[in-house]
Design a protein around this ligand. Structure first.
Ligand code: NAG
Ligand code: NAG
Ligand code: NAG
Ligand code: NAG
Ligand code: NAG
Ligand code: NAG
Length: 547
């Protein structure tokens, strides 16, 4: 029973029957039916023979030419999107072209005043009149990207029981801070030190969310853990004692944990390594893509990072080009100390789209670099990940990325690069889909909307009245940004929300029904499996010609 809780982690609790795998047999099944349905015996024999021939032909073709199936997958996905009700990315139809009034920070009043407190009455407390939200006659806002549906799954452990204060308090075992939102103000109780400025920029994100949607974020209390690895083990809950898991927010999860995933600090900037807030970086990455055409880029798989943080990364280093081998990988070690001295000229993310393929590999857990790699319209070669963050569950193999085996990286990378160089249009398409996904579905507007919906749903589960924590401090943009300097100050000013949103948040999609949930999982699995099959076939052939 205990194991059950662990294995069913992200699945809705419908049981595991149903769902069918779309494999070669289902693709060929219409032909089978035609053959068996013929009444004449010899005709039946003839068509069976024809079917065999066709089957052989199709199978060989499918196996040899992956692009056929990829195209099929893509078409299927596009169809389901079209069937959806509301437009995915509607153009802003706002008639008002007037620029909204901006509310900047008045830092001089704060800089040398240790007793300064958060100002009142210097910022609107509700959405502006004339905004789409306030003006209810307008067309409804767009439906949020599909990955928002995982909010329902992440909160499912508390669906029946709700969240009691007792459950929340148990999350203090590892949390770095407790955050309360009461009447649109933020109070933070620091519980333990966090690494670098992770906690600071995460809290800054909450503060900006409140500036974006003033008057719309409900009262709540939550616990936040800034450490990389998820800790709330699903297997420890759901047993006979009926203990509910502690609700604990963090940046990533895996299939054995119940931590609630939330956007990481880097969306507002990573001061220590000079990574700018996401909104400005996203523009630069778009421009970076336009600097060179995909076909003109180096036809290799590129990776740059710190290999020492995980064994799997050290293992990847063995795939680097050497005198004996060329696995088509070009791998580099990031030297943060040197680059810090040289002003990060070598680590400018926007000018790292010079290879046709870019490798993503996890570090000690998920890595913030994934979005930067996907944003490049080179093909992302994704070494099979163990962790997910809030958006990655919206991506599909063969559509947004190319899966790479974790236990056979070099061979897998070489196959991917050779495949892509032979199927340039398909490969470019995968690169483009990923960069479009990041530019559209992961733009800052949606990061805030994700936070909005997650917090709103979360607050509905609370079975106690949120209160201002005993040892907390009220935090606002002024008290956070004004006393700082350097990158911290710069990135806060850059990511400051200067006026309330002009439109309401996107509409939350409903939970997955069992059928569509399993079809998403199956689609992901079957594409990945098929790519694996091509890969073994490729290597079998390669091995034969060598021996
Ligand atoms: C969870 O992931 C691990 C490795 O990441 C895998 O071995 C295991 O089978 C997965 N469990 C489930 C229930 O999917
Ligand atoms: C410092 O802040 C307090 C509280 O906000 C305010 O009353 C006081 O006038 C400020 N002092 C100066 C020198 O700005
Ligand atoms: C966490 O809460 C438990 C139960 O309320 C309490 O016993 C414990 O002292 C708390 N731990 C910390 C670090 O605050
Ligand atoms: C990988 O090989 C290239 C080319 O020989 C070299 O410049 C680079 O330093 C190597 N990377 C690592 C991490 O050793
Ligand atoms: C408040 O903080 C102090 C010192 O940091 C600590 O000793 C005390 O236990 C805290 N009180 C509560 C209610 O957490
Ligand atoms: C090809 O040969 C290598 C060893 O040379 C082996 O590890 C690999 O499994 C072989 N692949 C296939 C598909 O036979």
């Amino acid at each position: 029973m205990q194991q059950q809780g662990g294995t069913m982690r992200n699945s809705p609790s419908y049981g595991s029957s149903g769902g069918h795998s779309r494999h070669f047999d289902t693709i060929l099944s219409p032909l089978v039916k035609t053959g068996a349905g013929a009444s004449n015996r010899s005709y039946a024999f003839f068509s069976f023979f024809l079917f065999l021939l066709l089957g052989v032909f199709l199978t060989t073709r499918l196996l040899l030419d992956p692009s056929v199936l990829i195209a099929k997958e893509t078409a299927l996905v596009t169809e389901t999107l079209k069937a959806g009700e509301s437009p995915k990315y509607p153009q802003s139809t706002k008639l008002i072209t007037e620029k909204p009034k901006e509310f900047k920070l008045n830092c001089p009043a704060f800089s040398d005043n240790a007793t300064a407190t958060c100002p009142r009455d210097n910022y609107p407390t509700s959405l502006l009149p004339g905004s789409r939200e306030a003006d209810s006659g307008r067309s409804p806002p767009a439906t949020c990207p599909d990955y928002f549906r995982w909010i329902h799954e992440d909160l499912r452990p508390w669906e029946k029981t709700g969240i009691t204060r007792e459950a929340l308090e148990r999350a203090n075992a590892t949390a770095n801070f407790r955050l309360a939102i009461i009447d649109g103000r933020i109070y933070v109780e620091k519980l333990r030190e966090a690494f670098q400025t992770r906690d600071v920029f995460t809290i800054w994100g909450f503060v900006q969310l409140l500036r974006r949607y003033p008057g719309k974020i409900p009262d709540l209390e939550l616990m936040f853990d800034c450490v990389d690895w998820p800790v709330v083990k699903a297997a420890a809950f759901g047993g006979f004692e009926q203990l509910t898991p502690p609700p604990l927010f963090r940046y990533c999860g895996n299939n054995e944990t119940l931590d609630i995933v939330f956007p990481d600090w880097s969306y507002w900037g990573w001061a220590e390594v000079n990574i700018k807030p996401w909104e400005s970086l996203l523009k630069e990455l778009k421009e970076g893509n336009q600097r060179s055409k995909w076909v003109d880029r180096e036809p290799y798989a590129y990776w740059k990072g710190n290999p020492t943080v995980a064994d799997t990364r050290l293992d990847l280093m063995k795939c680097n080009v050497s005198e004996g081998h060329d696995w088509k990988a070009r791998l580099y070690q990031q030297d943060w100390a040197r680059e810090s001295k040289e002003g990060y000229k070598q680590s400018d993310l926007a000018s790292q789209c010079h290879h046709r393929y870019k490798i993503y590999i996890e570090g000690s857990a998920w890595s913030v670099s994934e979005k930067y790699i996907l944003a490049c319209d080179s093909v992302t070669l994704l070494v099979n990940p163990h962790y997910y963050d809030f958006f990655t569950r919206g991506m599909l193999p063969g559509q947004h990325y190319w899966p790479v085996k974790e236990d056979d990286k070099c061979r897998s990378i070489k196959f991917a690069v050779d495949w892509g160089n032979q199927h340039k249009l398909k490969a470019q398409d995968i690169g483009k889909k990923a960069s479009e996904f990041v530019q559209q579905e992961l733009k800052m507007d949606y990061v805030y909307d994700y936070m909005y919906h997650l917090l709103t749903q979360y607050s509905k589960l609370l079975r106690f009245k949120p209160e201002i924590p005993k040892n907390s401090t009220e935090l606002c943009s002024e008290t956070m940004a004004c006393p700082r300097d350097g990158n911290e100050r710069k990135f806060m000013m850059e990511s400051l929300v200067t006026h309330p949103a002009e439109t309401g948040p996107c509409t939350m999609p409903p939970p997955y029904d069992p059928a569509s949930f399993f079809s998403v999982l199956k689609r992901r699995q079957s594409t990945a499996r098929r790519i694996e099959q091509w890969e073994s076939k490729y290597w079998r052939k390669h091995n034969q010609t060598r021996s």
